[in-house]
Ligand binder design. Structure first.
Ligand code: ARG
Ligand code: GLU
Length: 669
């Protein structure tokens, strides 16, 4: 219930911040969070900057990790237990699965420490500290040498230390990041996919959502509590800090804060770059993936065997395909290109007669030179380089002798020739239509005239030994030659031209970024995401996706049952969950909620933290009307999607019977 006190606080906060700093946009650097803390507190946060990030004391940052190099996870117990998303642990869960133990399908629970499963190659990284090194690097004669020595000094004298220097604001600022990496991370639990991936690709990027997107791991350390490679001697890691679990839930309007590792955003680029992404690149890539998804689906619908072979490939192809649609649609709806052009008009006027005069014109003309090259590169990656057999042919040819057999077995297990061949025909037909001759390999046109049609050419590519699982002469296989010709053209022609222009553009972007900060001295500029730790804060809020529709910010178990349909793979609710629902005790069980936090890919698994600093959920997605937030954040449409922690607890305990695991957690209201 929204009580009157909260209403008044929210109202006061809204009035005191006014329209400035457009509410909740921004992914802030934790070491500089004191600059935002007042705003966070106005919005309801009750802790201080030092509670979020401190170098001298344990703080919330010590409970957040980069998981597997692309997701976020959080420590939730004094014994190193980690929560992250199901889709972040997916490949580990899959690797431990077999026909006898299908953990993807049935879930997995280690109720004993001995049953927890090691994951070679998986690591987590804690941020030890970050430090502004801009002035050091600006003074340095040799920048790369200075970076190397900063990094070397930072990692000396500590186990598992890793350092990196990252640029911010297009090279106007540099920070050193020092991490501690743990490499013994074990799988503890995962719900069945019918919960962890409920809704599948159908619901992906969408609200209302009912996915129980979580999995559970544990960090192990040496006896000294320091990083150590896997060993049965290792012991559960004792963290400096872990999250307490808040069971009281949230109301609409409540403060939330996301602490995690967003991967990449471009918020300060020119209207030309946004136009290219939204009007040229996204639509072209969407069209190519529509062709591939159509071919996959046609055959997946025909056979259970093919559906299994292609389910993970389909999910990957479809994830970006759907995101790009949301992104280009959002840019169109918001007229972002026109708004940015109008902004650039004002910028140009301001810049007249000063050091930045002509800067945007130079950027625009370089961009015009780069655009066709960038397009040819992206198009090739999404077409010629996406055909499976040629990609396998090179991987097989390049594999070390002892891994060749495994490479081949894994490829053929999940491959279906008719899908790949039809993809080849569709993709290469589109390639010929959409990429100009000067930006494609001569080989393409030679082969086409040699065979007379893409179809006849496909018969050749898919008529070699490799297409028949005959590995006796892979070096002369037509599929291998195809891939080699395209990569050669890419590496020799496209990539160097693109990189040359990109470097020049990036140098100008550095000036343009600084200029924008001078042009709008009162605006709050946060740095673009670059897979470093960030704080994003906002409130639980619904939204209006289109005229006449208002989305509530919460979903419940009742909604799962509304979607239940044993005929549809994505919506086949596990019987145990049906039974629990039928008991009538859990009608209002919360499942997911949405909020206004500014997140991006990489924030999957991030802790969703309440006003008191406790864990209320796990971030796992965005709504697709708002996926343009990587380029243009709009508070009306941009929402992140979170798993409610109470659903996680319910699934572990009541659905999966693994409640004993929860004993090591610490609960608060
Ligand atoms: N859209 C989320 C993200 O970008 C979830 C992706 C995994 N789920 C899926 N159905 N493919 O990573
Ligand atoms: N699912 C995304 C991830 O894996 C997060 C969603 C987003 O892009 O915001 O990081």
């Amino acid at each position: 219930m929204m009580d009157i006190r909260k209403t008044l606080i929210a109202l006061a906060a809204a009035l005191s911040t006014g329209a400035v700093a457009s509410a909740d946009e921004g992914m802030w650097l934790p070491a500089l969070i004191s600059q935002r803390i007042e705003h966070m507190q106005q919005k309801g946060f009750t802790l201080d900057a030092e509670d979020i990030y401190s170098i001298n004391n344990a703080s919330l940052k010590d409970a957040v990790v980069l998981f597997g190099g692309g997701c976020t996870a959080e420590v939730v117990s004094p014994e190193g237990l980690l929560f992250t998303n199901h889709h972040c642990g997916y490949s580990q869960i899959q690797k431990h699965s077999s026909v006898e133990h299908d953990y993807l399908k049935d879930g997995f629970w280690a109720l004993d420490r001995e049953e927890e499963l090691p994951n070679p190659g998986l690591s987590v990284m804690f941020l030890e500290y970050m430090q502004d090194v801009t002035s050091v690097l600006e003074k340095a004669q040799d920048r790369q040498a200075a970076i190397d020595s900063l990094k070397a000094a930072a990692v000396s004298g500590g186990k598992g230390l890793k350092a990196s220097v990252e640029e911010f604001y297009y090279g106007n600022q540099y920070f050193l990041f020092v991490y501690k990496e743990f490499t013994d991370v074990r799988l503890v639990g995962a719900p069945p996919s019918s919960i962890g991936k409920f809704g599948g690709d159908t619901d992906n990027w969408m609200w209302p959502r009912h996915t129980g997107d979580f999995s559970i791991f544990r960090i192990y350390a040496g006896k000294d509590n320091e990083p150590a490679d896997y060993s049965i001697e290792n012991v559960p890691y004792r963290p400096k800090k872990y999250f307490k679990i808040a069971t009281g839930g949230l109301d609409e309007g409540d403060f939330t804060f996301i602490y995690g590792f967003p991967g990449s955003t471009r918020e300060y680029v020119t209207s030309e770059e946004i136009r290219y992404i939204a009007e040229v690149s996204d639509p072209a890539k969407i069209a190519l993936r529509t062709l591939r998804l159509g071919n996959m689906k046609k055959y997946m619908d025909m056979s259970q065997d093919i559906r299994i072979r292609y389910s993970s490939k389909y999910a990957n192809v479809s994830n970006s395909w759907k995101k790009w649609q949301g992104e280009s649609g959002g840019i169109r709806r918001n007229a972002t290109v026109a708004t940015r052009k109008e902004y650039e008009g004002r910028f140009r006027q301001w810049a007249q007669g000063g050091p930045y005069e002509g800067l945007l014109d130079r950027l625009d003309s370089l961009y015009a030179l780069m655009e066709p090259v960038a397009f040819a590169g992206e198009y090739m990656r999404e077409s010629a380089l996406s055909v499976e057999l040629p990609a396998f042919a090179t991987a097989y040819a390049d594999a070390a002798d002892e891994t060749k057999e495994k490479t081949a077995t894994e490829f053929y297990r999940d491959w279906w020739l008719p899908i790949d061949k039809e993809n080849f025909i569709a993709l290469m037909t589109a390639y010929g239509k959409n990429v100009p001759e000067r930006l494609r390999p001569a080989y393409f046109d030679e082969q086409l005239s040699r065979y007379g049609s893409v179809e006849a050419w496909a018969d050749e590519i898919f008529g070699g030994g490799l297409a028949r699982e005959d590995l006796s002469d892979p070096g002369n296989d037509p599929a291998l030659l195809f891939r080699r010709e395209f990569t050669r053209f890419y590496n020799d022609t496209i990539a160097p031209r693109h990189a040359g222009l990109r470097d020049e553009i990036d140098r100008l972007y550095k000036d343009y970024m600084r200029a924008q900060m001078e042009f709008e001295p009162d605006r709050d500029f946060y740095p673009d995401a670059n897979l470093t730790l960030r704080v994003a804060y906002g409130n639980v809020a619904g939204y209006e996706p289109s005229d006449g529709i208002r989305y509530k910010p919460f979903s419940t178990l009742a909604g799962i049952m509304e979607k239940d349909n044993p005929e549809i793979f994505d919506y086949n609710v596990p019987q145990k969950l049906r039974d629990l629902y039928a008991s009538g005790l859990y009608d209002d069980m919360p499942v997911c909620f949405i909020a206004t936090n500014h997140t991006s890919g990489g924030n999957s698994g991030s802790p969703v933290i309440n006003a008191e600093g406790n864990l209320v959920g796990l971030n796992f997605d965005r709504v697709w009307e708002g996926t343009m937030s990587d380029l243009d954040f709009d508070p009306a449409f941009c929402r992140n999607i979170c798993l409610d922690i109470r659903y996680l607890l319910f699934v572990v305990d009541k659905v999966c019977g693994a409640g004993s695991l929860l004993q090591e957690l610490e609960f608060v209201e």
